[in-house]
Design a protein around this ligand. Structure first.
Ligand code: PMP
Length: 396
């Protein structure tokens, strides 16, 4: 028998979300998550994946994963600190450090738990964290878990950051103060003002933490936002995910050796959750090798991003202020955004509606993620469907 109070809670809340157009329906894929996908037997231009470089289906990655499965099996068998550390994990971490120009790196099972792990391993209730208001949910949860005082900073507002850093420092209330930001903000595609953030951090002795989930493989010829600004020796924590441009799954911190040593003994998902599978690790390592060898995929990503942006902007869509290939089409109203996305889908484009609470209320958008794997024909098809549906719904 299920609890009456739980039934009431679930039904009321689900009904409310559905009536406001805020209930996300999940469409399972019947194909790889490539530039074209199949859902319910229908082929669609895919503009919703984070597989920025198309590496999720790359033959070299698949071969590396298959070889690792043959050699080590499918599971790592234990947490990292018991005996779930294969030589492959160590090799991946060495490769990540090289990729990020740091002394060392540590891998986690996802980008999400990496943020939960890393923030709470270093910050505690006697500390404060200055956090951009648009930071990713995993950063917010990591900050909460640490029990540090969270000071929200207006998005990319350097005056606000400086004033709040000064106030926190001069209050003498906190042992440590951290400034934490996404490298690339995934809902708008804008880039954090890292040179200014570093200056403020130096002035007030702040620990610097950059989550570059959407910048790695994209900015800095693929090495990420920190490298893009030439700040590799100025950022204490460089966070990344292996699930987006890298094309696999996992997360990591790159930084000084003593920081990584500390995370290995104090970050809880490293200590208490089974390590990444051999296939994930081998494929991720191969992916980073590909990225470090050539910028070809990176250049193709930018070319495709610029092409799609130009096409949508010329049609009259509001594509916001993206500085990266991420291309939002800002609609505003949540229900209209959902309807627009549904009509695009019916016509052959998979571009997901992103609405509150993922983005602020009233800023609903259909977010487009062109990748290196798209062809011009695919993008042209998407642009012409945008034109048809946009006109039909009176959006352009
Ligand atoms: N940080 C940011 C900025 C992200 O956008 C995401 C993914 N949406 C994550 C962390 C979580 O990464 P993962 O999917 O590897 O858990």
């Amino acid at each position: 028998m299920s609890s009456h109070i739980l039934e009431q809670f679930l039904n009321e809340n689900l009904d409310e979300l559905k009536s406001k157009g805020l209930y996300n329906v999940i469409d399972p894929l019947e194909s790889p998550n490539g530039p074209m996908i199949t859902i319910n037997g229908k082929e669609l231009v895919n503009l919703s994946s984070n597989n920025y470089l198309g590496l999720a289906t790359d033959e070299q990655l698949k071969n590396a994963a298959t070889e690792a499965i043959e050699k080590y099996g499918v599971g790592a068998g234990a947490v990292r600190t018991i005996n779930g550390t294969l030589k492959l994990h160590v090799e991946l971490e060495e490769k990540l450090a090289e990729f990020k120009h740091t002394e060392a790196a540590i891998a986690y099972q996802s980008g999400f738990n990496c943020n939960m792990a890393a923030i709470s391993a270093v910050m505690d209730k006697n500390d404060a964290i200055l956090s951009d208001e648009l930071n990713h949910a995993s950063i917010i949860d990591g900050c909460r878990l640490s029990k540090a005082k969270i000071i929200r900073v207006n998005h990319s507002d350097m005056e606000d950051l400086r004033a709040k850093a000064k106030e926190a420092k001069e209050s003498g209330q906190y042992n440590k103060i951290m400034v934490i930001t996404d490298g690339v903000f995934s809902m708008d595609g804008d880039v954090a003002l890292l040179p200014e953030i570093v200056k403020i951090a130096e002035e007030f002795d702040l620990i610097t933490y950059v989550d570059d989930a959407h910048g790695s493989g994209v900015l800095g010829d693929g090495a990420g936002t920190v490298k893009h600004f030439g700040l590799s020796d100025k950022i204490d924590f460089q966070i990344g995910t292996l699930s987006k441009a890298i094309g696999v799954v996992g997360g990591y911190v790159a930084g000084k050796k003593n920081l990584i040593d500390w995370l290995k003994v104090r970050s809880r998902p490293f200590l208490f959750s089974t390590s990444l599978t051999p296939a994930d690790v081998a494929a991720s390592k191969k992916s980073i090798e590909i990225l470090m060898e050539s910028t070809e995929l990176n250049q193709k990503l930018w070319e495709n991003g610029n092409y799609l942006k130009k096409g949508l902007k010329e049609l009259g869509f509001n594509i916001g202020n993206s500085e990266t290939p991420i291309t939002p089409c800002i609609i505003g109203d949540e229900t209209l955004t959902q309807q627009f996305s549904k009509r695009l889908n019916e016509e052959g484009v998979y571009a997901k509606a992103i609405v509150f609470p993922t983005v602020p209320q009233g800023t609903g958008r259909v977010r487009n993620m062109p990748t290196a794997a798209h062809t011009k024909e695919m993008l042209d098809k998407a642009i012409s469907i945008y034109e048809k549906v946009g006109k039909e719904m009176g959006i352009i």
